[in-house]
Design a protein around this ligand. Sequence first.
Ligand SMILES: Cc1ncc(COP(=O)(O)O)c(C=O)c1O
Length: 411
Amino acid sequence: MAEKKNYCFDTLAQHACYDPKEHHGYLSEPIYEGVVQTQPNCKTAARIFSGAEEGFIYGRLGNETARIFEKRLAVLEGGEDALSFTTGMAAIRCLILKLAGLGDNIVSSRQLYGGTGHFFETEMPKQFGRGINFVDNPWDANSWAKAINCRTKAFYMEWLANPTIDLYPFLEIASMAKRHRLPLIVDSTFASPALFRPIPWGATFAVHSATKYLSCGGVNLAGAVVGPKKFLAEMRENEYLSYGAPLSAFHARFCLIGLSTLSLRMKRHSENAERLASWFWGRRFEKKKSSLGIKNVFYPNLSDSPYAVYARNFMPEGCGGVFSVEFDCSLEKCAKFIDSLKIFSIAPSLGECKSLVIMPSLTTHSKLSCVASKGTNIPPNLIRFAVGLEDPWDLIKDLRQAFSSVGAKPV
Ligand SMILES: Cc1ncc(COP(=O)(O)O)c(C=O)c1O
């Protein structure tokens, strides 16, 4: 099946952009592993080199398995094309450096994955001479406009921002970007196209750490940019070629396996996260009785969340597997609670089939100066849960015993 756009998401996730007849009859997408491909004649070689014809020349410019993944991801995201990378950071960095030249800048919200925040705050200005203008109030589209100057080249946000799972007035920000002729880049790692598709809603690019939900539960590192075909073709011929971080055929195959179960997994991740976030939300009234009080729970699908309306309008299928809890106790007590968990593993990722837990202020976000500053809303004793696919009742049992083991009364 080539690109039958009228099929639904789950059918496209299995079949889009792959015809077994073109691949020796193999039902599943083969791993085309190799380095150089010979060309039938000089004319074809020249056409492929110039970008006039699609083809494979040398592994650093892509491979056939990765190309199937790119095309399928583009279809699922509702974008024109995609480009795949070894990691999400490689995808983000390559895209930003293509959009913004020396002396240019990017306007971004502050609520970011720590690695992206570090790249924006430190690496981009120091190593690459590009600036970053953080938006004071990302919930107000005018604040995005105020951060623009004549050297601004793009707007950047995470939708389901890490680690406080923030959402923004997407349509207003997208139309502000359009008014100023700026591309809007959305890191959609936490949502995946199964839950939210930024491009049909008005973004220009979707970027992914495909290491997370897109691959099959944390089995490989990968990244991707989805966006306009012409732009990505130019990027492949220039920045991609010299950056040298293409997705291997082997890892692309894992991503394709991941896409085939994506919507099933996202549904279960979302149901589990919502159940656990609601459980914590219910416990916040225990504050006075418990030595491990709960100040706030960050998950858009909670009815008291400031983002409940956005969640309903933009993400009716669910809000993904990550939520955070701000505890009302000492850092030591938070750490002891985490250390007492038996099913949740202490690890900085998400999108795994196994549940993970982390304290962002001590780990993933510890390098950011903005963690300490007033511009961000990451509390020091915030614990982030990346809920897996286990039975939710076992996870709740685990949380209860961890509450007990730090001397807090379980409910
Ligand atoms: C939202 C988000 N974007 C990008 C990245 C970077 O991805 P990778 O680790 O694949 O480089 C991460 C990593 O955790 C992330 O959480």
